[in-house]
Design a protein around this ligand. Structure first.
Ligand SMILES: NC(=O)c1ccc[n+]([C@@H]2O[C@H](COP(=O)([O-])OP(=O)(O)OC[C@H]3O[C@@H](n4cnc5c(N)ncnc54)[C@H](O)[C@@H]3O)[C@@H](O)[C@H]2O)c1
Ligand SMILES: [Zn+2]
Ligand SMILES: [Zn+2]
Length: 361
C-alpha cells in the first residue's frame, strides 16, 4: 500500500518551492517508513532549490528531521515501529574501502531507500540528502534512523540530523578542538553556532564568533562565544590575531564556504593550526593561495563532511547532553512553522532573521 501525503518540492532551478501530493511506498527490504514530527530548514535545502548541488529536479526538500518509525521492511531488526528516531544521511555500509579500514565516518557507499517516492503523476523525486522530510511521511533506509531518547523535543532533536551535527562535529571531530584551545568560527548561522557550542563543550577557552550580522553575533554570545567580530566593520583576520595574543587561533572553522572566508580561516590560524571548511561552496568558486604560505604556515586544511559524525555514536550522546542541560539545542530553534512556510523560511534565513526555522507536523 502506498501512502499519499503532502510534501515540499523544488520543481525547478530557482523556482519557489511548492506543496505537492507525494506518493510514499510501503517499506521494502532494508527500508523504514517514518512519520515526520519536525524538520529544520537548512541552507543546503536552499542550495538544492537554486540548482547548486545538482540538476536532479524535482527535489523533495528537508533533511534535518526527527519522527517516529511507522513501519519497517521485512528484514529490518535495528529499528521497530514506535521508535523515536533522528534521520541521518550517513547510514554506513560496513563494506566499502573506508569502512573496511575502520573509518566508517568517511563511508563512500552510504545507504538510502531503494524505492522512489514520487509525485502523484509518478515522476520520481530526488530526496534532499537521501532523506526528503518536509513531508508527513518519508521513506528511508532503516540505517538512516538513529534511535534516541524520546524525552527530547522533536524540533530540537531533528537539528542533530544535519546542521547542528555538522557544525558541532566540525569543531569536535574534524578540528579536534580540545581543552585550552582558541577557536574562531566564521559565519554564525545554525552550523557556525553549533561549532561554537562544540568548541565550548570541548573546553576551548577562547571562542571568537565572526559574522556580518550583529543578530547572529548576539546568538553566538548566548551559545558560548567569548568574543565577537563583525566582519563588515573590522578585518576578521587582524581581530582574531589581536584576540589570540597576536598569533591566530588554534582552529578556525569556515561555516560560510566562500573563497574569501576560507582565506580568512587560512590566515587567522596560528602556525601549525587547523582550518576546517564546513560551509559548502558552489561550483564556480575557486581558491588561489601562495603555495609558500601553505607550506610555511604548516598545520592542516580539512573539509568536514557532516562533522565527521557517526550517527549511532554521536546522536544519542548529544541527546543525552541536551537532556542533562549541558547542551542547549533549544537555542537553535528560532521559530516553528508549518509545511507551507518553507519558502518564507528561506527568505528569513537569507535575511539573517533566524538560526533555524523548524517545520513541525
Ligand atoms: N559540511 C556539511 O556537512 C554541511 C552540513 C550542513 C550545512 N552545511 C553548510 O554550512 C553552511 C552554513 O549553513 P547554515 O545553515 O548555518 O547557513 P546560514 O545561512 O544560516 O548561516 C550562514 C551565516 O554566514 C554569515 N555570513 C555570510 N557571509 C559572511 C562573511 N563574508 N563573513 C562572515 N559571515 C558571513 C551569514 O550572516 C549567516 O549568519 C552552508 O553552506 C551549508 O550548506 C554544510
Ligand atoms: Zn562504507
Ligand atoms: Zn543540512
Amino acid at each position: 500500500m502506498a501512502h499519499e501525503v503532502r510534501g515540499v518540492v523544488a520543481m525547478g532551478k530557482g523556482k519557489p518551492v511548492s506543496l505537492e501530493t507525494i506518493i510514499v511506498p510501503d517499506p521494502g527490504p532494508g527500508e523504514a517508513l517514518v512519520k515526520v514530527q519536525a524538520c529544520g530548514v537548512c541552507h543546503t535545502d536552499l542550495h538544492y532549490r537554486e540548482g547548486g548541488i545538482n540538476d536532479d529536479f524535482p527535489f523533495l526538500l528537508g533533511h534535518e528531521a526527527a519522527g517516529v518509525v511507522e513501519a519497517v521492511g521485512p528484514d529490518v531488526s535495528d529499528v521497530a515501529p514506535g521508535d523515536f528516531v533522528i534521520l541521518n544521511w550517513r547510514a554506513v555500509c560496513g563494506s566499502c574501502r573506508s569502512c573496511l579500514r575502520g573509518r566508517p565516518q568517511y563511508c563512500f557507499a552510504t545507504h538510502n531507500a531503494t524505492q522512489k517516492m514520487t509525485l502523484a503523476d509518478g515522476t520520481p523525486l530526488s530526496p534532499a540528502l537521501g532523506i526528503g522530510a518536509f513531508t508527513e511521511k518519508t521513506l528511508v533506509a532503516a540505517g538512516q534512523c538513529t534511535k534516541v531518547d524520546p524525552a527530547a523535543s522533536p524540533a530540537a532533536a531533528g537539528l542533530l540530523g544535519c546542521g547542528v551535527m555538522a557544525g558541532l562535529g566540525a569543531a569536535v571531530n574534524t578540528g579536534a578542538v580540545s581543552r585550552g584551545d582558541s577557536v574562531a568560527v566564521i559565519g554564525c548561522g545554525g552550523v557556525g553556532n553549533a561549532a561554537i557550542a562544540g568548541a565550548r563543550l570541548a573546553g576551548a577557552t577562547t571562542i571568537i564568533a565572526v559574522d556580518v550580522d550583529d543578530r547572529k553575533l548576539d546568538w553566538a554570545r548566548g551559545i558560548g562565544a567569548t568574543h565577537t567580530v563583525n566582519a563588515g566593520q573590522a578585518d576578521p583576520v587582524e581581530r582574531i590575531r589581536e584576540l589570540t595574543g597576536g598569533f591566530g587561533a588554534d582552529v578556525v572553522i569556515d561555516a560560510v564556504g566562500r573563497p574569501e572566508t576560507f582565506k580568512q580561516a587560512f590566515y587567522a590560524r596560528d602556525l601549525a593550526g587547523t582550518a576546517v571548511l564546513v560551509g559548502v561552496p558552489t561550483p564556480e568558486m575557486t581558491l588561489e593561495l601562495p603555495l609558500l604560505d601553505v607550506f610555511g604556515r604548516g598545520g592542516a586544511l580539512k573539509s568536514s563532511w557532516y562533522g565527521d559524525c557517526l550517527p549511532s555514536r554521536d546522536f544519542p550522546m548529544l541527546v543525552s547532553l541536551y537532556l542533562q542541560g549541558r547542551f542547549d539545542l533549544d537555542a537553535f530553534v528560532t521559530e516553528t512553522i508549518g509545511l507551507g512556510d518553507v519558502e518564507d523560511a528561506f527568505a528569513k534565513m537569507h535575511h539573517g532573521a533566524v538560526l533555524r526555522s523548524v517545520v513541525v507536523l
